[in-house]
Design a protein around this ligand. Structure first.
Ligand SMILES: NC(=O)c1ccc[n+]([C@@H]2O[C@H](COP(=O)([O-])OP(=O)(O)OC[C@H]3O[C@@H](n4cnc5c(N)ncnc54)[C@H](OP(=O)(O)O)[C@@H]3O)[C@@H](O)[C@H]2O)c1
Length: 358
């Protein structure tokens, strides 16, 4: 009966009792058959983001949960999949994180119940519902809002992994952090300060620089200002001519050469993003004069196992709960405004994290 009703009107809900469905998903909550979602059919500019109102709601498979997203995160990486800088199959629903309520539990999926408030890392986040792997989903503890989690989930886990494992930051280290007012940068400035580092943050424009300063950065450089254009010299001046112990560079094409100059002898550069375009292939002999170490990490390499994922999510949640880590939401955009979010991100107009309300 439910199926035929659902066929006749896509907005009718399907209600299923969780006790009777064996290997089928367990639904208790009402779930529509269609939903709002943003689909990308082919790579291109923000105009390829197609807002749809009757996209099929996915059915959770073995090991999956169906999550009704309350809020989804927008990350710079989403633009790489949109443009094709990073390859991914199309058509595709972009968006690599969400927070909301478990609406159905897939067959052979354990550890979660319908109604649990969760955050997940996967794909298909620009949608009302997402079928996500339970293994990359965590329950959100009481006292932390979905919005706080989304403003710090993918970005915050990245920052923690890169500051603890890629290069274990030491008290007293001089750190150069580019794009320090961004979604990841805003969190990283704070994490680095809690680790006792001396932070030199770069950001574009007075407002962004004031924000970075307010987080406790020791030196802030507006690398788009006349004076800040020579940010390498300013970094050298701030460190007594020595250079920094570590550079975290997610800007890429426009900053990589300066980062190589600004790092100290025996220092480390972590290149982790392409906001201005990718870092070109670097001839290895370029690293020899100063014996520089380089890393090109990705978050997902540090949270591959459930144990690793839980380690970093627990760490993040305890920082949020204790108030040691503050979040900043640039703006919550309605799902239909997704093209504007991408324009704002790529136009360097955001401070902190843009979120989407599906
Ligand atoms: N490897 C990983 O696993 C991983 C994980 C998360 C994030 N990331 C990377 O970390 C970076 C930050 O990500 P996010 O989502 O938090 O973005 P975001 O920092 O909020 O936005 C990117 C920022 O980069 C700066 N930027 C410099 N040159 C730019 C240009 N030509 N075009 C656009 N922006 C430019 C802008 O800040 P200013 O105006 O201050 O210059 C802009 O606000 C991205 O490169 C992302 O790919 C990597």
């Amino acid at each position: 009966m439910f199926r035929s009703l659902a066929r006749s009107s896509p907005r009718l809900t399907i209600l299923r009792n969780h006790l009777n469905f064996g290997k089928n998903p367990r639904y208790i909550m009402s779930v529509p058959t269609t939903m709002k979602a943003v689909v990308v059919e082919q790579t291109g500019g923000p105009e390829v983001l197609q807002f749809r109102t009757s996209h099929p709601v996915p059915t959770p498979q073995a090991g999956q949960l169906l999550v009704r997203n309350n809020i989804s995160g927008v990350n710079y990486i989403d633009t790489y999949f949109r443009t094709g800088l990073y390859a991914s199959p199309k058509p595709e629903i972009l968006g690599r994180e969400g927070a909301g309520t478990v609406a159905a539990v897939g067959p052979e999926t354990t550890g979660f119940n319908v109604g649990d408030r969760v955050a997940w890392l996967a794909t298909n986040g620009y949608a009302e519902f997402t079928a996500v792997p339970a293994v990359k989903t965590v329950k959100i503890p009481e006292g932390i809002s979905d919005e706080d989690v989304m403003a710090s989930f993918l970005s915050g886990l990245t920052v923690l992994a890169f500051a603890k494992e890629t290069y274990p930051v030491q008290k007293g280290d001089w750190v150069l952090l580019h794009a320090a007012a961004g979604g990841a940068g805003f969190l990283m400035t704070q994490i680095l300060k809690t680790m006792g580092a001396k932070v030199i943050g770069t950001a574009g424009g007075a407002e962004k620089c004031a924000l970075v300063k307010s987080l406790g950065a020791d030196v802030v450089i507006d690398y788009r200002s006349e004076e800040g254009k020579d940010w390498v010299k300013l970094v050298k001046d701030a460190t007594g001519g020595r250079g920094v112990d570590i550079v975290y560079d997610s800007v890429g094409k426009d900053t990589w050469e300066g980062s190589l100059e600004a790092v100290k002898r025996k220092g480390t550069i972590v290149w982790f993003g392409n906001a201005s375009g990718p870092v070109p292939p670097i001839p290895l002999p370029k690293l020899s004069p100063k014996c520089v170490k380089i890393a090109r990490p990705t978050l997902f390499g540090y949270i591959e196992t459930r144990e690793e994922f839980e380690y970093y999510t627990n760490e993040l949640f305890s920082l949020l709960k204790s108030g040691q880590l503050k979040t900043k939401i640039h703006k919550v955009y309605p799902l239909e405004d997704i093209a504007q979010v991408h324009k704002d991100l790529e136009g360097r107009k955001t401070m902190g994290k843009p979120l989407l309300k599906p």
